[in-house]
Write a protein that binds this ligand. Structure first.
Ligand code: CUA
Length: 267
């Protein structure tokens, strides 16, 4: 059988096209590493995220020298934590879930873009070489304020980065002959120990305490202030740990004096 040369050329061209199409589709679905949300990660109970080991406290944690894990919760109409802070030259694995309805987690200007589905956990690893600020937006319509749903990702210079959290528990009022207990809790989510000083300034008093918070742990310390040293009245206080600060006011009040004030009118 004789096949015309043009016929042959078109036959080969058509075959090549078919092979190219199949190769493109295969590459797009396998070669790019695109996975469905929830493929690799165990599921979560969206109504009980508060008790979840990973998402109960949305946060960034250090897991290796330059490796971090970020646990992010999307909800109407915000992200937790916000801003998300990671250091430059880091490799960050994001775990993202949603509390209520389907959202997305899309870091503007990067190719990070995933759906955040209640019950499922999306995982993706990103390398950040340089410091910079990125916006995070939601690409899935999630309700009336969808267009305002946004967050921030701060990639900060190494020397400005830490994963410290400070919280202070202090009374509002204390008797003049009593003690005011300041309970200072410091969380260190980095791997290295944190050696620092807790400084409490209250009234004219300054109290300092050296503290070491082991990597990945939370340490609590209590600083006791004798109310008699402060004197009656309102005293502003500040607790400082590195760049973190908590403030409040402590009132030294004599409960008996208050009563007798009220009783003065009768006498
Ligand atoms: Cu969340 Cu749109």
């Amino acid at each position: 059988m004789n096949i015309h040369t043009y016929e042959k050329v078109w036959l080969v061209a058509a075959m090549l096209l078919i092979v190219t199409f199949i190769a493109t589709i295969t590459y797009g679905s396998v070669g790019l590493g695109i996975a469905m949300v929830g493929d690799q990660e165990p599921t979560v109970e969206p109504t009980e995220l508060g008790d979840d080991e990973r998402f109960g406290d949305p946060r960034v944690e250090q897991v290796g020298e330059n490796e971090y894990e970020a646990y992010v919760v999307a909800q109407t109409f915000s992200y937790q934590p916000d801003p998300i802070e990671v250091p430059e030259n880091s490799r960050v694995t994001f775990y993202v879930t949603a509390r209520d309805v389907i959202h997305s987690f899309s870091i503007v200007g990067t190719n990070v873009n995933t759906m955040a589905i209640p019950g499922e956990v999306a995982e993706m690893t990103v390398e950040f070489d340089e410091a910079g600020e990125y916006g995070i937006v939601c690409n899935e319509y999630c309700g009336p304020d969808h267009h305002n749903m946004e967050g921030e990702l701060h990639v900060v210079p190494t020397e400005e980065f830490d994963l410290t959290d400070l919280s202070v528990d202090a009374p509002d009022e204390v008797d003049p002959d009593g003690d005011a207990e300041f309970t200072v809790e410091i969380e260190n989510r980095q791997l290295e120990d944190l050696e620092t000083t807790v400084v409490l300034e209250v009234g004219d008093e300054t109290l300092e305490e050296e503290i070491v918070v082991p990597g990945g742990e939370t340490t609590e310390t209590t600083i006791v202030v004798d109310a008699a040293d402060l004197g009656e009245g309102d005293h502003d206080w500040t607790v400082t740990v590195d760049d973190y600060e908590e403030t409040g006011t402590l009132s030294v009040i004599d409960p008996d004096a208050e009563n007798s004030d009220g009783g003065d009118d009768d006498e």
